[in-house]
Design a protein around this ligand. Structure first.
Ligand SMILES: [Fe+2]
Length: 422
């Protein structure tokens, strides 16, 4: 369980909160690149960390992320004209360009100096891996954007989905590092992979290790097999909000990220990629159906097809028959049903956590330590951005007694990181 003040520290991310400032001093995923498909395309609304923002792609093709409301009379730039490298408020024609500088106030006499005094908040953006990232810690120089492997592959090797989830961001991250729930919530979700399905169903209490790294956590979940070997699922949590999800053999790799919209809503990002080949049509179709970590989406929206309003289309007959553990279709909707079910931020003072929750406990500590240390003036610990590209999350079978960090070294790509374990 957490103290009430720790639950507050962990979950509150508006401007001025310690966790909000910690997030603001990382590059965070904000938009899918397809939201701004061409120069001078329509602007889009984005709400991040409690702030109302508008993003637009200017005439030169650069993405600008600015505060939503015009400093003249607070009209939204969402309805603005995106023209000639700037966003123009349609109320009185005030125009703002690069870095939020006011470049024109046509509603004032030409000799007016008012435009020299006016500026809007503007956050730097970078496009990487099918995602538009932003850095909102304007008081400090932006760090390097971590070079995730999925950003280094051609676009046809990768699928990115963005959606809105009605829960605090922490619940999304917690589910990502909770290996034990695969044996329950997603029981049946792996039926097509017989040996994996049997392993998850027959061993419901994995032994979890969580090692603190400079980038976050390296988590191992061990399930003993009948033949004496051990099935390991190894996961990287990269602070503040991205998790690399274990993959099997030479299958595509997966990641999820959770970004606070405000304290009770989040943006989910799912990324699937393969480092050496394009994703096949059948892989993309399966992903878009919601069978894995990408929700099935209502086209042109950020609302998943299976959502809270329709109770995720739960089928109680399937649930009762045991054909499906939940009666809810697909891994993504199953996750959504539980993480959105808490009616606001969960009361973590009444939790009873077990040994299967060790990674969740460590993740919370990592975030809270980071936020507290940053508030106390310490710099945020950051790994070399290129080191992040070597991280892989894998699931493999090892002989009993083999240290998973050593046994997975090659496939995890952590050769240089093991000695940094604390
Ligand atoms: Fe899950």
């Amino acid at each position: 369980m957490l103290k009430p003040e720790d639950n507050q520290l962990l979950t509150r991310t508006n401007s001025g909160t310690p966790m909000g400032e910690y997030f603001r001093n990382h590059w965070i995923p904000a938009l899918h690149v397809d939201e701004l498909p061409f120069p001078d395309c329509p602007p889009v609304r984005v709400k991040l960390l409690g702030e109302y923002l508008v993003a637009y792609r200017n005439t030169d093709g650069e993405v600008n992320l600015v505060e939503e409301f015009c400093p003249h009379r607070n009209a939204s730039f969402y309805y603005g004209r995106n023209e000639e490298n700037g966003i123009r408020c349609v109320f009185h024609g005030w125009k703002f360009g690069k870095d939020g500088k006011c470049v024109e106030i046509p509603s004032e006499p030409s000799e007016s100096k008012l435009k020299d005094k006016v500026c809007i908040k503007s956050y730097p953006c970078k496009e990487y891996g099918g995602i538009i990232w932003t850095y909102m810690g304007v008081e400090k120089e932006p760090p390097e954007l971590p070079e995730y492997e999925f950003g280094r592959v051609p676009d046809n090797h990768r699928l990115v989905t963005k959606w809105h989830q009605k829960c605090n961001y922490v619940q999304g991250i917690e589910a990502n590092m909770d290996s034990s729930h695969l044996s329950f919530l997603h029981s049946g979700g792996f039926d097509k992979i017989k040996d994996l399905s049997n392993t998850l169903k027959s061993n419901t209490a994995p032994k979890i290790e969580a090692h603190r790294m400079d980038y976050g956590l390296l988590i191992g979940a061990a399930r003993e097999l009948d033949d004496g070997n051990v099935y390991w699922r190894a996961t990287h949590y990269i602070a503040p909000c991205l998790t690399l999800i274990p993959r099997r053999d030479n299958q595509p790799a997966h990641a999820q990220a959770w970004v606070p919209i405000d304290d009770e809503n989040s943006i989910g990002f799912a990324i699937t990629w393969h480092e050496t080949r394009p994703l096949s049509n059948s892989e993309v179709t399966d992903l878009k159906l919601g069978n894995q970590i990408h929700p099935k989406m209502n086209p042109g929206s950020f609302t998943p097809v299976y959502n809270m309003e329709n109770d995720y289309m739960i089928n109680r007959t399937l649930q009762a028959s045991g054909v499906s553990y939940t009666g809810i279709p697909g891994v993504a909707a199953q996750d959504a049903s539980v993480i959105e079910s808490t009616r606001g931020i969960p009361d973590r003072t009444r939790e009873y956590l077990g040994t299967s929750d060790i990674a969740i406990i460590q993740m919370r500590r990592f975030l809270m330590d980071g936020a507290r240390n940053f508030e106390n003036g310490e710099d945020i610990q950051r790994p070399d951005s290129k080191k992040i590209a070597k991280l892989r999350s894998n699931a493999v079978t090892l002989q009993k007694g083999v240290d998973f960090k050593q046994g997975l070294n090659e496939s995890l790509g952590i050769n240089t990181l093991v000695e940094e374990l604390k």
